[in-house]
Every structure is written in structure tokens, then in C-alpha cells.
Design a protein around this ligand. Sequence first.
Ligand SMILES: Nc1ncnc2c1ncn2[C@@H]1O[C@H](COP(=O)(O)OP(=O)(O)OP(=O)(O)O)[C@@H](O)[C@H]1O
Ligand SMILES: [Mg+2]
Length: 310
Amino acid sequence: MIEVNNLSKRYGNIHAVDDISFKVDDGEIFGLLGPNGAGKTTTIGMLTTEIRPTEGKALVSGLDVTKNPLGVKMKIGVVPQHRSLDKKLSGRENISIMARAYGVQNRREKIDDVLRMVGLHERADDNIKKYSGGMLQRLLIARALIHEPDIIFLDEPTMGLDPHARRAIWQKIIELNKQGKTMLLTTHYMEEADALCDRVAIMSEGKIVGLDSPTNLKKKGPAENVIKVGLDDVYPELIEKLKQIKGVKEIKTIEGARTMELHIYAEKGEELSPIVMDKIKTTGISIRSLDIRKPTLEDVFISLTGEKLE
Ligand SMILES: Nc1ncnc2c1ncn2[C@@H]1O[C@H](COP(=O)(O)OP(=O)(O)OP(=O)(O)O)[C@@H](O)[C@H]1O
Ligand SMILES: [Mg+2]
């Protein structure tokens, strides 16, 4: 449904998107996961024909995004990151504008259908100033569905929502996917990528640094376990010492709000952690926290880029 080949976007010497390639299959939920500035919105912009690529090629539903932007637009629905709604209008009126723009037949019924689909039919005639963040996000999804597109792009669909509203959006995404829609979404929430996506492309500084199913990404991840140690301070000598422990594969230092965190990627973390603790204690540095876990997508991300997602 989507085929991206060596796509790039440069703004002067900023490589917003830097030579990325991937394919999204029919019926898939595909995620672009990455921190602020990774190039997610720029990628969506190019695939939805809003941004002209500097180099490379992208086909959406078989159509070239630069040669046939109108054709592409008819096939896709877009839920943008920055809410582009008219604040003077009701929910229904906001959708109606889009329905007219697309020349949707049986407008009245179709608008009712999409409003019902996202659970907004009872509030449809309220001015959207009275909507919560979750309601606005559901309205954007309804609006993206009005012309019955095959492919839906969602840019950070749950950013800033509370856990309850987030789950409501997740359910809609899953429901739409079950109805056969192909979905490409971006997120910087690793739980979201993990919960929703069939496959995830991990983006960092415009590049794709990993691409697979969440399960495989974690399996192929940095190690069997991650030992996370919160410390007041970290010295290079300490890291060198810890690296010499048999079974330790890699160590990343992450700056937390109050403490430093050592992420020690290791096989058999349970067995290794007492040895790690002993080594640290001999340096006199106090340990604030200790946690041994299977790697999450965030750990995979950190091991690939050395950065935190959020
Ligand atoms: N119009 C523009 N002009 C110049 N630089 C831009 C422009 N749009 C984006 N960029 C730069 O391109 C990079 C990627 O931005 P983009 O918005 O695609 O990131 P993102 O992954 O969507 O981030 P976020 O999670 O914050 O939404 C950033 O460094 C950004 O500053
Ligand atoms: Mg963005």
C-alpha cells in the first residue's frame, strides 16, 4: 500500500529525513517511532503530498506522491499532529467542510456515520471549543474517514491525552484496522507502538535505525536483560570496571532528572546484578534504585541511539 524508496527531505543543511526506505502492506498498522525532531512529521508530510521530497520516491496505493498528488489524496485520510480544526464551528460543521471538499455523496448520513463511529454523535452540534483534547482527537479521526479512504495517516494520535482517552483512541485505531484500513502512525510513546503496531520503524535524526515487529525488535534487542541502576554520579572508571564483568554486553549512561541512570545490557541479569552492586559499592557511590527487566522497545531505542524517547 505504501512504498518508500530512498526518500529524503533537506531544509538547507538540515536533513529532516535522510534516505529512508520501507514498505507498508495492505491491512497493516505500521508505526514510525522516534523522539522530537526525528523526522516523523516530515515523512508523513511527504507521503500525504503536503511536503515535496528533495530526493527519492514514494508510492501510496500505487500512485506517485509527486506525480499524482490529487490521486493520492483521494485514497488517504490524514489525522495531523497540529489540530487543524475551525474553532468557530461545531464538530459536525468541521466534518461537513471536508465532506464537501471531497465531493462526498449522501453527506448527511456519512457525517452521522463517522460521528457515531468515534462516539461524538451526541455532541456533534456543540461548538468544538467545548470539546476535550480526546474529543478533538476523535473528531480529527472522524474527519479523516469521511471520504472512506483505504489508508489512514495518524501523526501522534494520542499526544497529550490522559491514559483513558489514549485507550479510547487505540480502540478506534484497532477497530478501523479490523475493517481493513491500512494505518501509518507516528508516536514517541513506545507503549503505543508496542500495543498497536504490526511493525515499527525506529527513527532517529532522519534515519531509520531499526525496522521489525515489536516482538522481534525486542528479541533481537540489546541483550536478554537490562539492569537499570540509578546513581548520584557516574565515573568513566566505574563503567570500565562494570564492562569487564562477564556477561555484560553494553552500558549506556542516561541523564535522568535527579540521578544518573546506568543501563547495563546483560545476559542473565538476575545472576549478574549482585556482582554489579558489589562493584559499585566499592567505589563509594550510593545506589538510588535498581531494576532488572526484559528489554522494552524503549531499551531497544536507547541501545540503537543512546537517547531516551521522551
Ligand atoms: N519547514 C521546515 N524548515 C526547516 N526545518 C524543518 C522544517 N520542518 C521540519 N524541520 C526540521 O526537520 C527535523 C524533523 O522535524 P519533524 O517535524 O519531521 O520531526 P518529528 O519527528 O515529527 O518531531 P516531533 O516528535 O517533535 O513532532 C527537525 O530538526 C525540524 O526542526
Ligand atoms: Mg512531528
